[in-house]
Design a protein around this ligand. Structure first.
Ligand code: KIV
Ligand code: ZN
Length: 518
């Protein structure tokens, strides 16, 4: 029989308090809405006594978000608890989460308290909190480095005082899966009254074990997991929500547990957090990284085309993606190329495939990723590269911050027919202005979808690479530009896009596709 595991999200508290992840009130509300759409059971909205900003954010989340329980964190100090009670007043369902450190090192070095004093602070805090709220969680900070017998005594005392959830954090990310399993099993079968409360795990990722340790705690008897989107949190972060939830769901046969999270919202929630905080997840990150459902190796692509189960243990749709991506690159084989061409509307004859594959491999050797527009160019017989019909003769950029002048770009493009045209565009910034100038020169409608910049060498004269995706008259293209001047790199990337689009439109006019265009 499967048990319900409660998902307690701490993105807005443990996550937000870590360097580089602070959010404004508006941003916290957007993330809280995404968490509510995700149907997490509890949202820890902040630490109200930490600052007036935190207080207001918890109150705003408590006022707006209905569905999940809204929790506020507080020390065992009465003033902290009272401020949390006030911040949570508007909540439909609220939880007071109070904590004190229990390990010998924290008792001695940080709190300067005896073991009995720590218990008495914990008990008084829980009693005070229970006076105003039926749902009270107690956390024994640094529980993992606490003497087992003493930890059991603390938990028994707070349960008797009225705690409804007891949390056993691995505050410093020190534990191991077998230790977690053993500890949770021992506590769950030893502490009097623990069977009547929720038992929670809260793992930090200092040794990269937060998800594994949380899952081991579940195997040992935990019924609540504290976690954060994209694994954000103090230092190396917390247990990653998306990973632990998908592990429980994908291996339900093993964990015999259920979660109420709507996993189809995971990608959207992760993207939102990344965009709001400006911290993008690595492409190889489990579940939500760009490569999580992408396949490039030829053998893998062949397997995926035969049956996705050959190389995928989860469906991309389960995490909110439309499809797996077969990335075309130097490892791709003919199956993947022919299949992608078919999706694009080109049914290739066997005789054509040989020629196309040869050109595809040549291109893939020099270009890491072959986009659909590259493949189309090969199929339709265009030359690949940045040459013609347009080239950049001259570019002048005016950028302006907090001033009277609008950012503007003037440029002269030369066309292979011998003519030149000069135009000036204005916009919110230089790239926007450049797009406008290029639209005026070429008469096309351009919309930039993404722009990624990176430095590909070191030092003062480092080269910047701009990779852009944009639609030109509704069709999507990619382009790359390289220069020591980042604005010039963007101009080159856009020019490559425009040249591809122009060639594609010309070729379409003159028929020129090989194979039947379905
Ligand atoms: O890591 C920790 O111990 C905490 C507690 C306050 C729950 O974040
Ligand atoms: Zn923590």
């Amino acid at each position: 029989m499967s048990r319900k595991i409660y998902i307690f999200d701490t993105t807005l508290r443990d996550g937000e308090q870590s360097p580089g992840f602070s959010m404004t009130l508006g941003q916290k509300l957007r993330v809280a809405r995404a968490l509510s759409d995700l149907k997490v059971d509890i949202i820890e909205a902040g630490f109200p006594a930490a600052s007036p900003g935190d207080f207001n954010a918890v109150r705003a989340v408590a006022s707006e978000i209905k569905g999940p329980v809204i929790a506020g964190l507080c020390r065992t100090i009465p003033a902290d608890i009272e401020s949390t009670i006030r911040a949570l007043e508007p909540a439909e369902k609220s939880r007071i989460h109070t904590f004190i450190a229990t390990s010998p090192i924290h008792r001695k070095q940080k709190l300067n308290m005896s073991p009995d004093e720590v218990i008495s602070h914990a008990v008084n805090a829980v009693k005070l909190a229970r006076g105003s709220c039926d749902d009270v969680e107690f956390s024994a900070e640094d529980a993992i480095r606490t003497e087992r017998q003493y930890l059991a005594e603390v938990l028994q005392a707070v349960i008797e005082a009225g705690a409804t959830t007891v949390n056993i954090p691995d505050t410093v990310g020190y534990s191991t899966p077998s230790e977690m399993h053993g500890l949770f099993h021992w506590l769950s079968t030893t502490v009097p009254g623990i069977e009547n409360v929720r038992v929670s795990t809260h793992c930090h990722n200092d040794l990269g074990l937060a998800v594994a340790n949380s899952l081991a705690a579940v195997e040992g008897g935990a019924t609540q997991i504290e976690c954060a989107l994209n694994g954000i949190g103090e230092r190396a972060g917390n247990c990653a929500l998306e990973e632990v939830v998908m592990a429980l769901r994908t291996r339900a046969d093993h964990y015999e547990a259920e979660v109420g999270v709507d996993t189809t919202r995971l990608t959207a929630a992760s993207n939102l957090l990344a965009a709001v905080t400006g911290n993008f997840v690595p492409r190889n990150k489990a579940i939500v990284g760009e490569n999580a459902f992408a396949h490039e190796a030829g053998i893998h692509q062949h397997g995926m085309l035969a049956s996705p189960e050959t190389y995928e243990i989860m469906k991309p749709q389960d995490v909110g993606l439309r499809n797996s991506q077969l990335i075309l690159g130097k490892h791709s084989g003919r199956h993947a190329v022919v299949d992608r061409a078919k999706d694009m509307g080109y049914v290739l004859e066997d005789s054509e495939v040989e020629v196309i594959m040869e050109r595809f491999k040549d291109l893939a050797d020099v270009k890491k990723r072959v986009f659909d527009s590259d493949l189309e160019a090969i199929i339709t017989g265009y030359e690949i590269g940045t040459n013609g019909p347009w080239s950049l003769n001259w570019l002048s950029v005016v950028s302006c911050v907090n001033g009277e002048t609008e950012p503007a770009v003037s440029l002269t493009l030369a066309h292979e027919d011998g003519t030149t045209s000069t135009h000036t565009g204005e916009g919110d910034g230089p790239v926007d202005a450049m797009v406008q100038a290029l639209e005026l020169v070429t008469g096309s409608e351009i919309e930039v979808l993404s722009l990624a910049m990176r430095s590909i060498s070191l030092g003062e004269d480092a080269q910047g690479e701009a990779t852009m995706r944009a639609t030109v008259d509704g069709r999507e293209y990619s382009g790359t530009g390289l220069s020591t001047d980042i604005v010039a790199a963007c101009a080159d990337a856009l020019l490559e896009i425009i040249n591809r689009a122009t060639r594609s439109a010309n070729q379409a006019e003159q028929n020129g596709v090989v194979g039947a265009h379905a």
